[in-house]
Design a protein around this ligand. Structure first.
Ligand code: N01
Length: 546
């Protein structure tokens, strides 16, 4: 690391390293982390598997992919010049616009000159003698760096379904997170979609517009709510821009950094009529309000949650003409909002179209993928295209896919076998000089807001290390235990943590991930930031610095 010390200790640990910091991933986290570390004068390299910047927005090019948080609250806030010059076209921007935005950010700050694309990291081994990381790519290229900062994203390790025969299908097929860069036409095609999470819902409503036939294979229905997207006029954009300081301030104050914040009332503190009127208003309002701006107890009180679920179930019954289909679309095994709510645009109406069929595979399971299509327990379907919207090995999955070894050759994957253990979601004992941006146990919420805080905190730590000629930083085992216990205790009483989903670390397609764990920080973002800020103010006294 660039430092001024000439002490003996320093000399021993100052071999010729390729970099001061290597960042893995060129998504929003990696882009901003590069920008900040470069400003410290460090030699930094970003290694990125793809051919361009954007992370989630680079990979997820599937039809209909878009923000379901307000575009302007989901962008970078660190540069006033950037805020001044970028106009959003829609309240909930589509993937092409978001990727254009991120490319614009990369151009503006000349980020690509310190990025290396087509560079998928295979392994990273900590070297105690040199206090550095040896990082090797899948193609064998190799680099050394004092620090390794993972910016690998919580939803970036896609998983194919563990259904026999996936490789045997002779038609077109694709996972949504590996969508081709070329346009894909559905016209005249018989298309299947497997999966009805947030991705499946966005895909289905788009494919249904042009496919000759669309067959949706649903294992578990999700509670979806209207997105109500709209265009942003020039005048409106100017008003939004004028309101940026207040809006970002609000994001700093709300529980999960979203514009929405829970109502201060409990569900049963108002009359049934007031309740219904409030829910009608939320259902008719754009974005996550119905999930995050609802009564304060809908995600903790079973009775409150059941009332709200009944309200939304009736909406589904009103929107879907065939009542047998409507009943299949209503979740039975979890309440509204206890899984991530997919935001939709006429999703339920899709099932009123003649070209769309719903197959409930909880009743008639898929037995195998065949050369020509999909065979369930009761029928065989022929398709031209199968789309896998089957989700991700979330949060720890992208770490598991890299062979990360800390002191004494300890593997991170083994260390996290029964769930992640971290300090502030940023560090792990036994893995010195490794920092995680948006790692496990982090306050996710409105992710770009969390990214900016997380990166700023890591940058302050790195500056401290540099200024004090410290070449080795590690979380202590005691602090990791304390933070991990704290994160687990915050999850108690949340209905969300009683349901299988990526949010509780369950993925039926990944061996060893069938048991629920606590992988996310579910306290308030202001509390999280206060804790991190206190650690920095203490000059990292609870960390092992050498
Ligand atoms: O993934 P998911 P996703 N056989 O895990 C089914 C974010 N996101 O990509 O529920 C049959 O939610 C699985 O069924 P089940 C957002 O945070 C953001 O949709 O496990 N089916 C489920 O229906 C979101 O929550 C935006 O029974 C199988 C689906 O596949 C997160 O990404 C947009 C199966 C997977 O759903 C993940 O969403 C989109 C099998 N073997 C996504 N395996 C934004 O707007 C899996 N399934 C920002």
């Amino acid at each position: 690391m660039v430092a001024s010390s000439n002490t003996q200790a320093q000399a021993d640990v100052t071999p010729v390293l390729d970099y001061d910091a290597i960042i893995i991933g060129a998504g929003m986290s990696g882009m901003y982390q590069l920008y900040r570390l470069r400003a410290l004068g460090l030699r930094v390299l970003v290694l990125e598997a793809g051919t361009g910047v954007g992370g989630t927005w680079y990979w997820n090019r599937y039809p209909g992919a878009r923000f379901d948080s307000e575009s302007y609250s989901y962008a970078f806030s660190f540069s006033k010049a950037l805020l001044d010059e970028w106009d959003w076209g829609e309240h909930f921007s589509g993937q092409p616009e978001t990727l254009r935005y991120l490319n614009h950010v990369a151009d503006k700050f000349d980020l690509r000159k310190d990025m290396q694309f087509r560079s998928r990291v295979a392994s990273a081994y900590f070297q105690e003698a040199s206090r550095s990381w040896d990082i090797t790519l899948e193609d064998g290229r190799h680099y050394t760096s004092r620090l390794m900062i993972t910016a690998v994203g919580p939803l970036s390790a896609p998983t194919m379904p563990n259904i026999p025969g996936v490789d045997s299908f002779k038609g077109e097929s694709c996972h949504t997170a590996r969508w081709p860069h070329e346009p894909v036409s559905f016209e005249g095609k018989r298309v299947a979609v497997i999966g009805t999470g947030a991705t499946g819902v966005q895909t289905i409503q788009e494919v249904a517009k042009t496919a000759k036939s669309l067959t949706v294979f649903q294992r578990t229905p999700n509670w979806c709510a209207p997105l109500l997207n709209s265009k942003i006029s020039k005048e409106e954009m100017e008003q939004l821009r004028a309101g940026y300081p207040a809006m970002f301030q609000r994001c700093l104050e709300t529980y999960s950094c979203f514009l929405h914040t829970p109502d201060t009332r409990g569900t049963f503190e108002v009359t049934p009529e007031e309740r219904t009127a409030f829910w009608e208003k939320l259902y008719a309002s754009p974005g996550f309000g119905i999930w995050l701006g609802n009564f304060k107890d809908i995600l903790t009180d079973r009775a409150a949650n059941a009332e709200l679920s009944a309200f939304v179930a009736n909406k589904i019954r009103q929107r879907v003409k065939n009542q047998a289909v409507a009943e299949k679309l209503i979740p039975r095994n979890h309440g509204f909002g206890t899984r991530r709510v997919p935001m939709e645009t006429k999703y339920y109406e899709v099932y009123n179209q003649d070209n769309v069929q719903l197959v409930d595979i909880s009743e008639t399971p898929i037995e195998r993928i065949t050369e020509t299509g999909i065979k369930t327990s009761t029928a065989a379907f022929d398709f031209d295209m199968i789309i896998y919207a089957t989700g991700f090995d979330a949060i720890t999955g992208s770490f598991d896919r890299i062979d990360i070894r800390g002191t004494n050759g300890q593997k991170l994957k083994d260390r996290w076998k029964f769930g992640p253990e971290t300090y502030l979601g940023v560090m792990v004992d036994g893995f010195p000089n490794m920092m995680m941006v948006i790692g496990p146990h982090m306050a996710l919420g409105n992710i770009p807001r969390s990214i900016e805080h997380n990166v700023d905190w890591v940058t302050d730590l790195v500056r401290y290390l540099r200024d004090h000629n410290i070449t080795r930083v590690e979380a202590t085992a005691g602090e990791v235990q304390t933070w991990t216990d704290h994160v687990k205790s915050l999850g108690e009483g949340l209905l969300l943590n009683e349901v299988n989903s990526w949010m509780t670390g369950v993925n039926t397609n990944v061996e060893g991930k069938q048991v629920r764990i606590v992988n996310r920080y579910s306290g308030s973002a202001p509390d999280y930031r206060a804790k991190c800020d206190a650690v920095a103010a203490s000059q990292y006294k609870d960390m092992a610095l050498a």
